[in-house]
Design a protein around this ligand. Structure first.
Ligand code: PGA
Length: 247
C-alpha cells in the first residue's frame, strides 16, 4: 500500500514572518491525516518552517534547487544547503520554472540526480499544455518527460515522486477530471514498470496537481493510480486543512 502524499506548493507567497505560524496550524491538521504532508515553501522560509514543525510528522520541502553542489552560481541554492536545513523533498521541473526560467528536461534530470545523491526526494513535475492535449500527444509527452527526468536514476536505491500537472489546470480553476488525471498517472506508472520493474512502479507515488481544492481532493485521491496531490493556491489558505484530512 502506498501512503498518500499531499504536498503544498506555496510558490512565491508567505514570507518568513508568517510562515512559522501558518505551518504550525497545518502541523495540527496533519496529526489527524492519513497522508504524509509536506510544505514546499520559499527558500527564505525553510529554516523557520523546519523549526516550527520539528518533531512532528509534517515535512519541509523546497520548490527548486541548483544541480551543482557549490560554486559561482549567483542567486542559486544547492541540494547540500537544503539538506543542511533538514529539507526532505524538493519540487523539480515545475511548469512555471520550465516556462519562466528556462528549465528543460535535461536540467530537470541533473537536479533529480543531485537531489537523490543528497538524500532529498525529488517531486518531479510533468504535464502537457492545452495545445498538446488538443493534439492528442499528452501520454507520449508525459512518458518522454518522465523517461528523461529519470535518466541514470537507480530504481532500486532511489526514492522519487512524480507529479502529473497538466499546465492548463494550474492556477486556472479548471481541474482535470478524475478520469483524465487517472489515465495519465496510470501511463506514468507503466513507464516506471518499463524503466525499472513492477515492484518499483507499484511502490512509487504519483501525484496529481492542478486546481486541487477541498471540494475535489477526495474524488481525485480515490483514483487507483493517484497517490495524493501537489496543491498550489489551495495550500496557502486555512482550508488546506480539509485537503490534508480529505474524506
Ligand atoms: P494550483 O497549482 O493548485 O494553484 O493549480 C498547482 C501547482 O502549481 O503545483
Amino acid at each position: 500500500m502506498r501512503t498518500k502524499l499531499i504536498a503544498g506548493n506555496w510558490k512565491m507567497n508567505i514570507g518568513p514572518q508568517k510562515a512559522a505560524a501558518f505551518a504550525s496550524e497545518i502541523k495540527k491538521a496533519t496529526e489527524t491525516s492519513r497522508a504524509e504532508v509536506v510544505l514546499c515553501v520559499p527558500f527564505v522560509d525553510l529554516q523557520n518552517v523546519a523549526d516550527a514543525v520539528k518533531g512532528s510528522a509534517l515535512r519541509v520541502g523546497a520548490q527548486n534547487m541548483h544541480f551543482m553542489e557549490e560554486g559561482a552560481y549567483t542567486g542559486e541554492i544547492s541540494a547540500p544547503m537544503l539538506a543542511e536545513i533538514g529539507v526532505g523533498y524538493v519540487i523539480v521541473g515545475h511548469s512555471e520554472r520550465r516556462a519562466y526560467f528556462a528549465e528543460t528536461d535535461e536540467t530537470v534530470n541533473k537536479k533529480v540526480l543531485k537531489a537523490i545523491e543528497c538524500g532529498i526526494v525529488p517531486i518531479i513535475c510533468v504535464g502537457e499544455s492545452l495545445e498538446q492535449r488538443d493534439r492528442g500527444v499528452t501520454v507520449d509527452l508525459v512518458r518522454m518527460q518522465t523517461k528523461i527526468a529519470l535518466g541514470g536514476v537507480p530504481g532500486d536505491k532511489a526514492e522519487f515522486v512524480i507529479a502529473y500537472e497538466p499546465i492548463w489546470a494550474i492556477g486556472t480553476g479548471r481541474t482535470a477530471t478524475s478520469e483524465q488525471a487517472e489515465e495519465v498517472c496510470l501511463a506514468i506508472r507503466s513507464v516506471l514498470g518499463e524503466l525499472y520493474c513492477v515492484k518499483k512502479a507499484e511502490s512509487t507515488r504519483i501525484l496529481y496537481g492542478g486546481s486541487v481544492t477541498p471540494e475535489n481532493a477526495s474524488e481525485l485521491f480515490s483514483m487507483p493510480d493517484i497517490d495524493g496531490g501537489l496543491v498550489g493556491g489551495a495550500s496557502i489558505k486555512p482550508t488546506f486543512e480539509r485537503i490534508v484530512n480529505f474524506g
